[in-house]
Design a protein around this ligand. Structure first.
Ligand code: PGA
Length: 252
């Protein structure tokens, strides 16, 4: 059975001290939580990964990186390699976030390479994708999403694909306060599962967790998560306060 996942993407927020406080708050709130069918992941900036891994030891909180370079090592100033992540105890990486696509020109082609490198290093991938407002307005959203999946992921064999978590994040809903309606999210998630069944098979399609991301907050999480094909969320702004993040985890 696929797992429900709540992942907090801290983006370029939280210094060392603030990260420590946030983890402390989340740990405290999750003390008596049942993790049987649930995963909680936090994604701090690179510089806070090591300390966050240490601070989440002996808890059920997992730590993800927000990005990673596709090469094994080399002259890539400012970049971080996959084995540097695993070396400090990180086992999940977010790839393809719309901010990486938009501000750092990450293409589906590049992301396919990053996905390969991550999986080859035993990093689980949270693969983000989603349409722009213009795509939705012109009713191209299904086509755009299918294309992002196909170019970024569908070169993978079934066994490797099952190590990927999908995060559908309509770009118009990220950080805007505007959320896709639960119906819009469900419609897209069901479509994604159909596409996966067509490419791989029904069993694979049903085993992949598909998260929704884009202005999820305590007030709307329950309704979005109640939809059949929504298996949790990738949370930005609301993951920066432990009370909000805990309330969202509670909603799953
Ligand atoms: P948001 O961000 O929750 O602040 O909209 C979501 C994301 O970018 O993953």
């Amino acid at each position: 059975m696929r797992k429900n996942i709540v992942a907090g993407n801290w983006k370029m927020n939280k210094n060392l001290k603030e990260a420590k406080e946030l983890v402390k708050g989340i740990r405290k709130g999750l003390k008596n939580n049942n993790f049987e069918n649930k995963r909680v992941i936090v994604a701090p900036s690179f510089i806070n990964l090591n300390s966050t891994v240490k601070r989440t030891k002996k808890s059920n909180i997992e730590v993800a990186a927000q990005n990673m370079h596709e090469a094994k090592s080399g002259a890539y100033t400012g970049e971080v390699a996959a084995d540097m992540l695993t070396d400090v105890g990180v086992n999940v990486v977010i790839l393809g976030h719309s901010e990486r696509r938009m501000y750092f020109n990450e293409t589906n082609e590049l992301l396919a390479k990053k996905v390969n490198t991550a999986l080859a290093n035993n990093l689980e991938v949270i693969f983000c994708f989603g349409e722009l407002l213009e795509d939705r307005k012109t009713e191209k959203h299904f086509e755009v999403v299918e294309n992002q999946l196909s170019e970024g992921l569908f070169h993978l064999l079934k066994e490797d694909f099952s190590k990927v978590i999908l995060a559908y994040e309509p770009v118009w809903a990220i950080g805007t306060g505007e959320t896709a309606s639960p119906e819009q999210a469900q419609e897209m998630h069901a479509f994604i599962r159909e596409v996966l069944a067509k490419k791989y098979d029904e069993k694979t399609a049903n085993s992949i967790s598909i998260l929704y991301g884009g202005s999820v907050k305590p007030a709307n999480a329950k309704e979005i998560f109640s939809k059949e094909d929504v298996d949790g969320g990738l949370i930005g702004g609301a993951s920066l306060k432990s009370e909000d993040f805990l309330a969202i985890i509670e909603a799953i």
